[in-house]
Design a protein around this ligand. Structure first.
Ligand code: PMP
Length: 360
């Protein structure tokens, strides 16, 4: 019998079971090499095939033209917070929309570098519980940066901001969860450990004209041009993380059937969980503004906050793990990325109804 639980952790997060089984099957002998993929050279033909397949899958899934370069970088999404302003400002001020902890950190890095970021809008006035909609993007900004999904507060941009300057987005917690038009983007990035695979690799997609902005006087590995000219292998790349990411993308293409299907699945799952507290007569309360609710991170409180530790503990005892909210905000959070099956959302909704009936 499987001992696996429904894992609602925000990242590192649950991975598709088929992917883990494939990793297990290939671990001791990768495709007849007599070695695991994590024991062979990143310059071997076997690993080259993995990287090239991962790049091709990213391009197919996102519908990217050859105007874009796909990079697999280290340093997490957090490294992009400084790598972006270091590479792409050209003496102009960058513009940011601040929707929470991660955008705040990105703004801070631009400040540390002396790039003088302009914050066009912020939802800090209401504890980052909504997505700001009114702002004007200066035509002379270096770029507009925003965070598509606020992992901690459970808000999400359902339509993307428009700008005359290149748009840049941190898509760490919702990339590949829905289709979008990549054309306005100068760059987008996502730490892999939510929707793409394990921690250790950050998918960064850059439009080729942005590479012309990269200055020469920054460290070699921090220049986008360095990894772009070497297919992400200017130095030893995070081989195992890229290998696993490739398997997750294969699952997304072949089992799920692409991003439109992924979006439909994600809408259904999120609907199941949001319904559970909308129908609870106030026992559970969503923390995000209804129109901005995230399909990936469902954040909520219990009307009686003293019951939250009991809720989280009893849920875990029933195989529903990782429901504690981020340490900075408390409460509860169910992260339901692509790999969470509908059965997990159903089990959570059933548990919520039972818990409310027992404790209401
Ligand atoms: N951006 C977002 C939206 C995130 O959720 C996170 C991590 N939870 C980060 C950035 C930071 O990612 P990393 O730990 O890979 O640096």
């Amino acid at each position: 019998m499987s001992t696996r639980v429904f894992n609602f952790n925000p990242g590192p997060a649950t991975l598709p079971l088929q992917v883990l089984e494939k990793v297990q099957a290939e671990m001791l002998d990768y495709k007849g090499t007599g070695m695991s993929i994590t024991e062979i050279s990143h310059r071997s033909p076997e690993f080259d095939a993995v990287v090239n397949s991962a790049v091709a899958r990213v391009k197919r899934l996102l519908g990217l033209s050859d105007d874009f370069t796909v990079l697999f970088l280290q340093g997490g999404a957090s490294q992009q917070f400084y790598q972006i302003p270091m590479n792409l400002c050209q003496g102009k001020k960058p513009a940011y929309i601040n929707t929470g902890t991660w955008s705040t950190k990105a703004i801070k890095e631009a400040q540390i570098l002396g790039k003088d970021p302009v914050v066009l809008a912020s939802s800090e006035d209401k504890g980052f519980s909504y997505i700001p909609k009114e702002y004007e993007v200066p035509k002379d900004a270096a770029y507009l940066h925003f965070t598509t999904n606020n992992t901690i507060k459970g808000t999400q941009f359902h339509t993307f901001p428009k700008a005359d300057v290149p748009v840049i987005a941190d898509m760490s917690s919702d990339i590949m969860s829905r289709p979008f038009d990549p054309k306005p983007f100068g760059l987008f990035y996502a730490g892999a450990q939510k929707n793409l695979g394990p921690a250790g690799v950050c998918l960064t997609v850059i439009r080729n004209d942005m590479l012309e902005r990269v200055p020469e006087d920054i460290p070699t590995l921090l220049r986008y041009t360095t990894q772009a000219s070497k297919n992400s292998m200017a130095n030893t790349c995070p081989c195992f993380a890229i290998y696993l990411l490739e398997l997750v993308l294969a699952w997304l293409e072949e089992e799920v059937g692409g991003l439109e299907k992924a979006e439909a699945r994600n809408q259904k799952k999120a609907g199941t969980v949001y319904d559970a507290f909308d129908k609870s007569g106030g026992f559970y309360k969503a923390t995000a503004a209804p129109e901005d609710r995230s399909l990936m991170n469902v954040t909520f409180r219990l009307a009686n906050e003293d019951l939250e530790p009991v809720f989280i503990k009893e849920a875990a005892e029933q195989g529903l793990k990782g429901l504690k909210g981020h340490r900075s905000v408390g409460g509860c959070r169910a992260s339901i990325y692509n790999a969470m099956p509908q059965a997990g959302a159903d089990a959570l909704a059933d548990f919520m109804a039972d818990f409310a009936a027992k404790n209401g």
